[in-house]
Design a protein around this ligand. Structure first.
Ligand code: NDP
Length: 295
């Protein structure tokens, strides 16, 4: 069996165009232009690339983008002061502080300082709790993107056996919550799980968020299962450029699975698309207007 390849680029383009339509509808009906503020502390080149791309993509979708840079030497007090100003700024509907922060800054305290209504990363304990309790939350972007891909590929997920490999607060745990909310029977695996291959073979949906290149083997996958590979790992190549691979051995798994995301071009593009979507959702909730249809 050759798996259907789930095209994350195409899906992300659809989400982004729905976001752009929603932004235009909000502006037309209510004069609201959603604004996303991204804070970068220090000069990590990879973080700089992410921040620029988030800003550019917000503007392309018709939103306002505010980029704030602080030097790596910035103190916790300075960073919290900036977050407080963004919390109070009416033109800012979403706030994202790019992680990782330089040493000496406390990421948990910074996340807790963000107004939960503007926490478009969905990492604030209030949003984590709201998601866990089944209430309306701002949901972390990568797992939200995985859910969109799964629902597009499979339709209703109700009753399906789902395995999430990884239990981080960014991906694994919120992913499991979302699958549970969609009425899956959910197992969460981690580094202490016994017989991971056997557990995996029982799953109709496998979400791999481990951070280890090609860790999930083809022989672990049940025939016809849907495989979502969140991993982004760069393997060295002779030309020094490196090659991106996921947490799943793609060719092996694609020979058995029913549907699978590639790396790159699978989950990755969904993350920014869902960030833009969260910013529109946050703006609507703050201004107490109905979400535009189809978002
Ligand atoms: P973390 O390192 O925070 O978490 C990894 C998880 O994998 C942990 O829960 C860990 O278990 C588990 N794990 C480690 N080894 C094993 C093992 N041998 N067997 C089973 N489970 C194991 O990573 P993240 O969740 O932040 O990220 C995971 C991957 O997703 C990374 O490759 C990252 O680059 C990628 N990523 C991609 C994004 C995207 O936009 N596409 C966004 C975010 C992440 P334990 O808790 O027991 O240590």
């Amino acid at each position: 069996m050759a798996a259907r390849i789930i095209d994350g680029k195409a899906s992300a383009a659809r989400v982004t165009s729905r976001v752009a339509a929603a932004v235009s509808a909000l502006q037309g009906a209510h004069g609201i232009v959603p604004g996303l503020a991204v804070v970068l502390v220090g000069d990590d080149p990879a973080s700089g690339v992410y921040v620029r791309s988030k800003g550019r993509r917000s503007v392309e979708a018709g939103m306002r983008s505010f980029e704030h840079r602080l030097p790596a030497t910035a103190s916790q007090v300075e960073l919290l002061g900036l977050v407080a100003r963004l919390n109070a700024a009416p033109e800012v509907n979403g706030i994202l502080v790019q992680m990782p922060l330089p040493r000496g800054l406390d990421p948990a305290a910074v996340i807790e300082a963000i107004d939960p209504a503007k926490d478009v990363d969905g990492f604030h304990p209030i949003n984590v709790g709201r998601l866990a309790s089944g209430a309306d939350a701002l949901v972390p972007c990568t797992p939200q993107g995985c859910m969109i891909l799964l629902e597009e590929a499979l339709g209703s997920l109700a009753g399906r056996e789902a395995l999430v490999i990884g239990r981080s607060g960014i991906v694994g745990k919120p992913m499991a919550q979302l699958l549970l909310k969609a009425d899956c029977t959910v197992t969460i695996a981690h580094s202490r799980t016994r017989d991971l291959p056997g557990t995996c073979r029982r799953a109709e949906i496998v979400v791999a968020a481990v951070g280890k290149p090609e860790f999930v083997r083809g022989g672990w996958i049940a025939p016809g299962a849907a495989v979502i590979d969140v991993g982004i790992n760069r393997l060295p190549t002779p030309d020094g450029k490196g090659r991106l691979v996921g947490d799943v051995a793609f060719a092996e798994a694609a020979a058995v699975a029913g549907a699978i995301t590639p790396v790159p071009g699978g989950v990755g593009p969904m993350t920014i698309a869902c960030l833009l979507r969260n910013t529109v959702i946050a703006a609507c909730r703050q201004r107490q207007v109905r979400l535009p249809d189809g978002l």
